[in-house]
Ligand binder design. Structure first.
Ligand code: GLN
Length: 224
Protein backbone atom coordinates (compact mmCIF):
# COMPACT_ATOMS: atom_id res chain seq x y z
CA UNK A 1 0.00 0.00 0.00
CA UNK A 2 1.22 3.48 -0.87
CA UNK A 3 -0.32 6.38 1.01
CA UNK A 4 -0.15 9.90 -0.40
CA UNK A 5 -1.28 13.05 1.38
CA UNK A 6 -1.61 16.35 -0.47
CA UNK A 7 -1.28 19.16 2.03
CA UNK A 8 -3.50 22.22 2.03
CA UNK A 9 -4.62 22.37 -1.63
CA UNK A 10 -6.77 25.43 -0.87
CA UNK A 11 -3.55 27.35 -0.09
CA UNK A 12 -0.95 25.49 -2.16
CA UNK A 13 -3.02 24.51 -5.18
CA UNK A 14 -2.60 27.58 -7.36
CA UNK A 15 -0.15 26.16 -9.89
CA UNK A 16 -1.70 22.78 -10.68
CA UNK A 17 0.67 20.79 -8.48
CA UNK A 18 -2.23 18.66 -7.27
CA UNK A 19 -1.51 16.69 -10.44
CA UNK A 20 1.56 15.25 -8.69
CA UNK A 21 -0.74 13.13 -6.52
CA UNK A 22 -2.61 11.93 -9.62
CA UNK A 23 0.61 10.99 -11.42
CA UNK A 24 1.98 9.12 -8.38
CA UNK A 25 -1.28 7.26 -7.83
CA UNK A 26 -1.60 6.35 -11.51
CA UNK A 27 1.95 5.03 -11.93
CA UNK A 28 1.96 3.18 -8.60
CA UNK A 29 -1.42 1.63 -9.35
CA UNK A 30 -0.17 0.54 -12.79
CA UNK A 31 2.58 -1.45 -10.99
CA UNK A 32 0.08 -3.22 -8.76
CA UNK A 33 0.22 -1.07 -5.63
CA UNK A 34 -2.90 -0.32 -3.71
CA UNK A 35 -2.91 3.47 -3.37
CA UNK A 36 -4.61 5.67 -0.82
CA UNK A 37 -4.50 9.34 -1.79
CA UNK A 38 -6.14 12.10 0.18
CA UNK A 39 -5.92 15.83 0.59
CA UNK A 40 -6.14 17.62 3.91
CA UNK A 41 -7.01 21.22 4.56
CA UNK A 42 -5.42 23.92 6.72
CA UNK A 43 -5.89 23.13 10.39
CA UNK A 44 -6.52 19.40 9.96
CA UNK A 45 -4.01 17.13 11.70
CA UNK A 46 -1.52 15.37 9.42
CA UNK A 47 -2.44 11.71 8.96
CA UNK A 48 0.32 9.12 8.61
CA UNK A 49 1.54 8.77 5.00
CA UNK A 50 4.40 7.53 2.88
CA UNK A 51 4.49 10.69 0.76
CA UNK A 52 3.45 14.25 1.66
CA UNK A 53 2.97 16.66 -1.25
CA UNK A 54 3.31 20.43 -0.99
CA UNK A 55 2.56 22.59 -4.03
CA UNK A 56 3.02 26.17 -5.12
CA UNK A 57 0.98 29.09 -3.89
CA UNK A 58 0.81 32.83 -3.49
CA UNK A 59 2.62 34.68 -0.72
CA UNK A 60 -0.34 35.07 1.68
CA UNK A 61 -1.64 31.50 1.47
CA UNK A 62 1.88 30.10 1.69
CA UNK A 63 2.30 31.90 5.04
CA UNK A 64 -0.92 30.27 6.23
CA UNK A 65 0.41 26.88 5.13
CA UNK A 66 3.72 27.43 6.98
CA UNK A 67 1.83 28.45 10.14
CA UNK A 68 -0.46 25.40 9.86
CA UNK A 69 2.49 23.01 9.45
CA UNK A 70 4.32 24.53 12.43
CA UNK A 71 1.14 24.39 14.54
CA UNK A 72 0.66 20.73 13.62
CA UNK A 73 4.28 20.03 14.51
CA UNK A 74 4.38 16.42 13.31
CA UNK A 75 6.03 16.65 9.87
CA UNK A 76 9.63 16.46 11.13
CA UNK A 77 9.01 13.30 13.14
CA UNK A 78 7.13 11.70 10.24
CA UNK A 79 10.11 12.40 8.00
CA UNK A 80 12.47 11.06 10.68
CA UNK A 81 10.42 7.85 10.60
CA UNK A 82 10.79 7.43 6.85
CA UNK A 83 8.16 9.56 5.13
CA UNK A 84 9.13 11.54 2.03
CA UNK A 85 8.06 15.14 1.41
CA UNK A 86 7.89 16.31 -2.21
CA UNK A 87 7.71 20.10 -2.19
CA UNK A 88 7.26 22.50 -5.10
CA UNK A 89 8.06 26.24 -5.12
CA UNK A 90 6.08 27.82 -2.24
CA UNK A 91 6.05 24.35 -0.70
CA UNK A 92 9.84 24.30 -0.89
CA UNK A 93 10.17 27.85 0.45
CA UNK A 94 8.07 27.21 3.56
CA UNK A 95 10.17 24.18 4.56
CA UNK A 96 13.20 26.44 5.13
CA UNK A 97 13.92 28.58 8.16
CA UNK A 98 12.32 31.70 6.70
CA UNK A 99 10.97 33.22 3.51
CA UNK A 100 10.32 36.80 2.42
CA UNK A 101 6.94 37.72 1.04
CA UNK A 102 5.84 40.69 -1.08
CA UNK A 103 6.26 43.91 0.89
CA UNK A 104 9.53 42.75 2.44
CA UNK A 105 8.08 40.91 5.41
CA UNK A 106 10.08 37.89 6.61
CA UNK A 107 7.88 34.94 7.55
CA UNK A 108 8.94 32.02 9.71
CA UNK A 109 9.27 28.69 7.93
CA UNK A 110 8.90 25.14 9.15
CA UNK A 111 12.67 24.61 9.56
CA UNK A 112 12.69 21.12 8.08
CA UNK A 113 15.50 22.06 5.69
CA UNK A 114 18.41 24.46 5.96
CA UNK A 115 17.27 27.12 3.48
CA UNK A 116 16.38 30.82 3.37
CA UNK A 117 14.26 32.51 0.71
CA UNK A 118 14.43 36.22 -0.10
CA UNK A 119 12.92 38.35 -2.87
CA UNK A 120 15.01 38.09 -6.01
CA UNK A 121 15.97 40.87 -8.40
CA UNK A 122 13.04 39.92 -10.65
CA UNK A 123 10.20 37.44 -10.89
CA UNK A 124 11.29 34.26 -12.67
CA UNK A 125 8.65 33.04 -15.10
CA UNK A 126 9.13 30.50 -17.87
CA UNK A 127 10.10 27.03 -18.93
CA UNK A 128 12.93 25.41 -17.03
CA UNK A 129 15.14 22.35 -17.36
CA UNK A 130 17.40 20.89 -14.70
CA UNK A 131 19.57 17.78 -14.53
CA UNK A 132 19.22 15.35 -11.65
CA UNK A 133 21.92 12.68 -11.53
CA UNK A 134 22.54 13.22 -15.24
CA UNK A 135 18.87 12.97 -16.25
CA UNK A 136 16.71 15.86 -17.40
CA UNK A 137 13.71 17.24 -15.53
CA UNK A 138 11.45 19.67 -17.40
CA UNK A 139 8.94 22.10 -15.92
CA UNK A 140 7.68 25.61 -15.57
CA UNK A 141 8.63 28.15 -12.92
CA UNK A 142 6.91 31.28 -11.65
CA UNK A 143 8.32 32.77 -8.46
CA UNK A 144 9.60 35.98 -6.92
CA UNK A 145 11.74 34.30 -4.28
CA UNK A 146 15.39 33.19 -4.54
CA UNK A 147 16.42 30.35 -2.23
CA UNK A 148 19.85 29.85 -0.66
CA UNK A 149 20.57 26.43 0.75
CA UNK A 150 22.68 26.02 3.87
CA UNK A 151 24.51 22.71 4.08
CA UNK A 152 22.07 20.67 2.03
CA UNK A 153 22.35 19.44 -1.54
CA UNK A 154 20.14 20.80 -4.32
CA UNK A 155 17.91 18.49 -6.31
CA UNK A 156 19.49 19.46 -9.62
CA UNK A 157 21.64 21.75 -11.75
CA UNK A 158 19.92 24.43 -13.82
CA UNK A 159 20.25 23.97 -17.59
CA UNK A 160 17.52 26.43 -18.56
CA UNK A 161 15.58 28.84 -16.36
CA UNK A 162 16.51 29.95 -12.84
CA UNK A 163 15.60 27.52 -10.03
CA UNK A 164 16.89 28.58 -6.61
CA UNK A 165 19.52 31.02 -7.82
CA UNK A 166 20.30 30.58 -11.50
CA UNK A 167 22.70 27.68 -10.85
CA UNK A 168 20.92 24.99 -8.85
CA UNK A 169 17.34 23.99 -8.19
CA UNK A 170 15.51 22.65 -5.18
CA UNK A 171 16.78 20.53 -2.34
CA UNK A 172 17.55 16.84 -1.93
CA UNK A 173 17.77 15.30 1.51
CA UNK A 174 16.85 11.84 2.72
CA UNK A 175 13.31 12.97 3.50
CA UNK A 176 12.71 16.07 1.38
CA UNK A 177 12.82 16.37 -2.40
CA UNK A 178 12.09 19.95 -3.41
CA UNK A 179 12.05 21.85 -6.70
CA UNK A 180 10.85 25.12 -8.18
CA UNK A 181 9.38 23.27 -11.15
CA UNK A 182 5.64 23.06 -11.74
CA UNK A 183 4.05 21.21 -14.60
CA UNK A 184 2.98 19.24 -12.55
CA UNK A 185 6.58 18.07 -12.36
CA UNK A 186 5.81 14.40 -11.62
CA UNK A 187 3.36 14.21 -14.53
CA UNK A 188 5.84 15.81 -16.96
CA UNK A 189 8.76 13.65 -15.85
CA UNK A 190 7.67 10.01 -15.55
CA UNK A 191 11.13 8.80 -14.50
CA UNK A 192 11.14 11.25 -11.56
CA UNK A 193 7.64 10.13 -10.55
CA UNK A 194 8.90 6.55 -10.49
CA UNK A 195 11.96 7.58 -8.46
CA UNK A 196 9.63 9.08 -5.83
CA UNK A 197 7.60 5.85 -5.68
CA UNK A 198 10.78 3.75 -5.43
CA UNK A 199 12.12 5.92 -2.61
CA UNK A 200 8.77 5.74 -0.77
CA UNK A 201 8.27 1.99 -1.17
CA UNK A 202 11.91 0.88 -1.04
CA UNK A 203 11.21 -1.29 -4.09
CA UNK A 204 12.36 -1.14 -7.71
CA UNK A 205 9.69 -0.56 -10.31
CA UNK A 206 9.46 -2.31 -13.63
CA UNK A 207 9.05 -0.25 -16.80
CA UNK A 208 5.71 1.34 -17.60
CA UNK A 209 5.45 2.79 -21.10
CA UNK A 210 2.83 5.47 -21.64
CA UNK A 211 2.14 8.62 -23.62
CA UNK A 212 3.88 10.52 -20.80
CA UNK A 213 7.23 9.25 -22.13
CA UNK A 214 6.54 10.67 -25.60
CA UNK A 215 5.44 14.01 -24.15
CA UNK A 216 8.56 14.13 -21.98
CA UNK A 217 10.81 13.53 -25.01
CA UNK A 218 8.92 16.12 -27.06
CA UNK A 219 9.25 18.74 -24.32
CA UNK A 220 12.95 18.03 -23.92
CA UNK A 221 13.51 18.35 -27.67
CA UNK A 222 11.68 21.70 -27.68
CA UNK A 223 13.44 23.11 -24.62
CA UNK A 224 17.08 22.07 -25.06
N1 GLN B 1 4.88 33.00 -3.69
C1 GLN B 1 6.15 32.41 -3.98
C2 GLN B 1 7.05 33.26 -4.87
O1 GLN B 1 6.55 34.03 -5.66
C3 GLN B 1 5.97 31.03 -4.56
C4 GLN B 1 5.32 31.03 -5.92
C5 GLN B 1 4.99 29.66 -6.41
O2 GLN B 1 4.71 28.75 -5.63
N2 GLN B 1 4.97 29.48 -7.71
O3 GLN B 1 8.25 33.16 -4.77
Amino acid sequence: MLSIVTLYPEALGTYGDGGNALALAHRAHARGYRVESLAISLGSPLPAADIYLLGGGEDGPQRQAADALRDDGSLASRVAHGALVVAVCAGLQILGQSFEVAGGRIAEGVGLIDAETRRGAQRRVGNAVITVDGRYVVGFENHGGDTQLGGEAPLGQVVRGYGNDGAVDGVHTEGVWGTYLHGPVLALNPWLCDAVIERATGESLGPYASVADDLYQARLAALL
